[in-house]
Design a protein around this ligand. Structure first.
Ligand code: CTP
Length: 404
């Protein structure tokens, strides 16, 4: 695989901190680049010097020291995985509540890398309903919880809450990094958002799509190492990651921008809500209500972008190996419509979801059905679009493994 992968090891206050020193070494043994960040409590158990000596890097300890102020956020953005080990009950609560009150939590909020936590605490704290709720919240956001084990606790008592075995933490970290690079070398083309078909210089035909789902897929695939090209209709939303972004307005522009990339695409995801029709002859001047014919709207059919891209990709070299994914936004009979679109548009998969004025669009949760020739998946969700994106990427693997 390419460059060395980077782990941000966040160490919080627990007697198990001493085990994190060994963990840092074991991660480095696997050729990982380890940057340690410590909470104030952690520093009362072990000094940053220990980790500095082990990793050869200054430890991030504060948001406020002059030299590190900006650096911690950059390191957060830089890391390929965030590993909080040991994660105290307090750190888990702060992460679950989205606080940004120290280097660890601020980094967790600013980074898009996968987050893993290896809890260590007294049994009563681990089993407390507050901790249970916080852990479930984190799990629902896709955080990997490396479950604590049962046995002698550092306090001398015995029970559940023991820091997981170092080798299990290393394995979980490597697995998260493997997922992260699982799309490396893959070229992904995503269409997303609505289209806007002008009637005159101030009005047009459009729809309620925000592009949130397609943007989430683009960001998640970028995080997994894909080369992502996002062709995005008019929306206030933007991708968070460094994908190649092409902002377009009309269906014709969306098709043209997509055609420039499609021959190289290994996976095509058409999530855009394309206007089926456009005004046949948009007016150059603003149409007045008194204008002749202002009460009728002659329309013509837009190209079907997905069908055109699928046909073109299939005909180009390597086309048989490309994975083509359509969306079906329906108000009823989800599975039936999705199956019909699968066949009509030459797709390998159709992601079907129910839409209406109060569901399917925007940043809220969504529920999808992934339909292939083999049939539909179990419904997935309701879940956040970022989480649905991970679900889809796990299943829309490129047909040929292009990893080096
Ligand atoms: N699509 C497209 N170009 C169009 C219309 C649709 O690329 N002109 C794509 C969408 O991006 C989506 C799939 O086709 O992946 C299904 O879109 P949808 O609007 O649900 O279906 P339509 O083909 O427009 O059919 P209908 O409106 O009759 O349900």
């Amino acid at each position: 695989m390419g460059a060395t992968q980077r782990v941000l090891l966040g160490v919080s206050g627990s007697i198990a901190v001493y085990k994190a020193a060994d963990l840092a070494r074991r991660l480095m043994d696997r050729d990982l680049d380890v940057q340690v960040a410590m909470t104030h409590s952690a520093q009362r158990f072990v000094t940053p010097l220990t980790f500095r000596a082990l990793t050869g890097r200054p430890v991030l300890t504060s948001l406020w020291s002059e030299s590190q102020e900006i650096e911690h956020v950059e390191r957060g953005y830089d890391a390929d995985v965030l590993l909080m080990a040991p994660a105290s009950a307090n750190l888990i609560a702060r992460l679950a509540n989205g606080l940004a009150d120290d280097v660890l939590t601020t980094t967790a909020l600013s980074s898009q890398a996968p987050l893993l936590i290896a809890p260590a605490m007294e049994t009563n704290m681990w089993l407390h309903p507050a901790t249970r709720t916080n852990v479930s919240t984190l799990k629902s956001r896709g955080v990997v919880v490396i479950e604590p084990t049962s046995g002698a606790l550092a306090s001398g008592r015995s029970g559940l809450g023991r820091f997981p075995e170092t080798q299990d933490i290393v394995q979980a970290t490597l697995a998260a990094l493997g997922t992260r690079s699982s799309w490396s070398g893959v070229v992904l083309l995503v269409t997303a958002g609505p289209t806007f078909e002008p009637l005159d210089p101030v009005r047009g035909l459009t729809n309620r799509s925000t592009g949130a789902m397609g943007i989430a897929i683009a960001d998640a695939a970028h995080a997994r190492g894909a080369e992502v090209h996002l062709v995005l209709g008019p929306t206030a939303l933007s991708p968070r990651s460094g994908v190649h972004l092409y902002r377009v307005e009309t269906a014709a522009e969306m098709l043209a921008a997509s055609e420039a990339i499609v021959d190289r695409a290994d996976v095509i995801v058409a999530s855009a809500a394309v206007s089926d029709f456009r005004p046949a002859s948009p007016s150059v001047q603003k149409v007045k209500k008194t204008s002749a014919g202002a009460d009728t709207l002659p329309l013509e059919l837009n190209p079907d972008i997905l069908t055109a891209l699928a046909a073109r990709r299939r005909a180009a070299p390597g086309g048989a190996r490309a994975t083509i994914v359509g969306f079906a936004a329906e108000t009823s009979a989800l599975e039936k419509h999705a199956k019909a679109k699968l066949a009509q548009k030459g797709c390998d998969f159709v992601v079907a979801n129910l839409v209406g004025p109060d569901r399917g669009f925007g940043p809220q949760e969504t529920e999808v059905l992934l339909v292939s020739k083999q049939g539909p998946s179990e419904p997935h969700g309701p879940a956040r679009k970022a989480e649905v994106a991970e679900f889809l990427l796990d299943r829309l693997r490129p047909k040929e493994d292009k990893r080096s």
